[in-house]
Design a binder for this molecule. Structure first.
Ligand code: 4NP
Length: 159
């Protein structure tokens, strides 16, 4: 069966926030038994970590919440993604600016900030790469909450 909706999560490196979002959202989608209908992927605006797995701190933090992201491999965002994905969801305003630059030239799906789907007052998923352990937990909290909102939105669309 062809999937009906596709979702792409985008951050800078594709080794911390967007693979975490991919794993957490995949789990939410499986719990809702919608895995045959929703395609999920992630990528980074930079080419810094292409082919690498998620940061070990992200893997560990996700594992503690029952989410296994160990098999993911970083790839770089491409303008083609704006033509193929229904949702292009970025983590922070810098990601938004970078993807919007390409969107203005290419057209296609307009990128949106992930936390617009959540209820928190926080607007961006902060980059945890140079910070301490707590940053990875905060990333997961924000992603879980916004992921539930995003799933509700897609469920309305599929209904
Ligand atoms: P991400 O985090 O964008 O959430 O994957 C980062 C990963 C690596 C770097 C920056 C942010 N870096 O500077 O290499």
């Amino acid at each position: 069966m062809t999937k009906r909706v596709s979702v792409l999560f985008v951050c800078l490196g594709n080794i911390c926030r967007s693979p975490t979002a991919e794993g957490v959202f995949r789990k939410l989608v499986e719990q809702a038994r919608l895995q045959d209908q929703i395609h999920i992927d992630s990528c980074g605006t930079s080419n810094w970590h292409i082919g690498k797995g998620p940061d070990s701190r992200s893997q560990q933090a996700a594992q503690k919440r029952g989410v296994d992201i160990s098999s993911l491999q970083a790839r770089q965002f491409s303008e083609k993604d704006l033509d193929t994905f229904d949702y292009v969801i970025v983590m922070d305003r810098q990601n938004l600016a970078d993807v919007k630059d390409i969107w203005h030239q290419n057209g296609g799906t307009e990128p949106t900030l992930f936390l617009e789907y959540g209820r928190s007052d926080v607007a961006e998923v902060p980059d945890p790469y140079f910070g301490g352990e707590g940053g990875f937990e905060q990333v997961l909290d924000l992603i879980e909450e916004a992921g539930e909102g995003l799933l509700r939105k897609i469920q309305e669309r599929l209904a």
